[in-house]
Design a protein around this ligand. Structure first.
Ligand code: COA
Length: 398
């Protein structure tokens, strides 16, 4: 747990999120303008009301100037942050801590990524020079290792495992079909998912998140000021970030059925938020479904299912919109694609809509009893990654 924790110290009072997709005729700057404008309008604020900015982007620009130039900011502090695929969440975490410190009254966390016109179908990154011992695998190859490992550990044959990961993609596309901001907005039949062209190991195209452009933003204030801006703030109950030692691929005991960084990150987050039974206490979870087996393993690492039981919970619909604990009700990375700097904030945007009862009716979940939402964002590969979790809720401190 963070040394003193952040529970109930800060709140979100406005958010914006662009549609994610192939924005061939829009620049990163255009997307930032849109997300910024929506967040300001949501909170009823002017640009000059924001005291400081944290900008998340992995490869769509350098330094805070990407934002200050774009928004013509009036000499305000802008910090650019990067933490692999958890970059958007990192922008949020840093903005929250700045406000909690008392140094800043109103902060914006904003993230953006333009991937489609980068010339790559997946992620783009310039690796720094290294000594040649770094493990080199594409993302689908690295996360694809989770599928046979899980099947082998829990006695599932390939067919059954394929049923399970297919069901995950089907569920997320079902949810995304009910979201106007998603990249892919069509339900996809189980057979089409199952038979989609092979990408790596057991993974087909439909087991992968898409590649898209997008931006999202959040405005953060001290918890005691939150009701000055909105009747329905979201209070931050926990922020947890863990960076692992990266020894998974070399460690014989690392068996690809669990991601240690996520387990540790979840332990910290639940301690900070005071959560004992996440499946019973959370109204929704937005998790990093970069590939379908990732979501499967996350259900266990996040404590939503017992070890070796998530596959059964998936098939039983426990994580569907009307299930015990809706997971990725907005459609997840599967339907949104994964513009790195924006994804973590996009996940929070769904909590913002759902917990405040403003999500569209066709995908609205029941939040009458449970008042907490979780976002989980992962950067790197199984065995060598950073993991982030936030817990947010509508109830102020008791
Ligand atoms: N899910 C659903 N549909 C997808 C899709 C996906 N992941 N990727 C592409 N499509 C659809 C497109 O909409 C398009 O449909 P259309 O013909 O009806 O317009 C069609 O498939 C072909 O799209 P295209 O862009 O040519 O696909 P591609 O072959 O270049 O890319 C992948 C497919 C799987 C390689 C790409 O989506 C990918 O690299 N995903 C993983 C991204 C990644 O590694 N993220 C990091 C996570 S840690």
């Amino acid at each position: 747990m963070a040394t003193h924790g952040i529970k109930d110290k800060v709140a979100i009072v406005g958010m914006g999120c662009t549609p994610f997709g192939e924005h061939w005729n829009r620049s990163a700057e255009d997307l930032l303008v849109d997300a910024n404008r929506e967040a300001l309008a949501d909170a009823g604020l002017e640009q000059g009301d924001i005291d400081a900015y944290w900008l998340g982007t992995m490869g769509s620009g350098f330094s805070g100037q990407l934002l200050s130039r774009t928004l013509k900011l009036d000499y305000k502090p802008v910090t650019r942050v990067e933490n692999f695929c958890a970059t958007g969440s990192e922008a949020f975490r840093n903005a929250c801590y700045a406000v909690a410190s008392g140094a800043i009254d109103v902060a914006m966390a904003i993230g953006v990524e333009k991937l489609k016109d980068s010339g790559y179908s997946g992620l783009t990154r310039a690796a720094p020079p290294h000594d040649g011992t770094a493990v080199g695998l594409t993302a689908p190859a690295a996360f694809g290792l989770l599928a046979p490992a899980y099947a082998n550990a829990y006695g599932l044959d390939d067919d059954k495992l394929k049923d399970v990961i297919t069901r995950i993609a089907w569920k997320n596309h079902y949810n995304g079909a009910r979201n106007a901001r998603a990249q892919f907005r069509k339900e996809v039949p189980l057979e089409a998912i199952r038979n989609s062209p092979k990408v790596s190991g057991m993974l087909g195209v439909m087991d992968c998140s898409g590649v898209s452009d997008g931006s999202a933003a959040a405005i953060i204030v001290r918890a005691e000021d939150a009701y000055k801006y909105t009747d329905q703030p979201l209070f931050v109950k926990a922020l947890s970030m863990v960076a692992g030692p990266g020894d998974g691929p070399m460690d014989p005991s690392f068996d690809y059925t669990s991601i240690r960084e996520v387990v540790e990150c979840a332990r910290n987050a639940y301690a900070e938020a005071g959560i004992e039974d996440p499946r019973a206490e959370l109204a929704l979870a937005e998790v990093h479904d970069c590939f379908t087996p990732t979501e499967l393993v996350l259900m266990e690492d996040l404590g939503f299912s017992d070890r070796g039981k998530a596959w059964r919970d998936v098939l039983d619909g426990a994580f569907d919109l009307a299930g015990d604990l809706p997971v990725n009700p907005d459609g997840g990375l599967k339907s949104f694609g994964h513009p790195i700097g924006a994804s973590g904030l996009r996940m929070l945007f769904e909590c913002w809509l759902q917990l405040r009862g403003t999500a569209p009716q066709e995908r609205r979940i029941d939040t009458s009893v449970k008042k907490l939402g979780l976002t989980h964002n992962l950067g790197g590969h199984p065995g060598d990654c950073v993991s982030f979790i936030s817990v947010v809720g509508t109830e102020p401190a008791a």
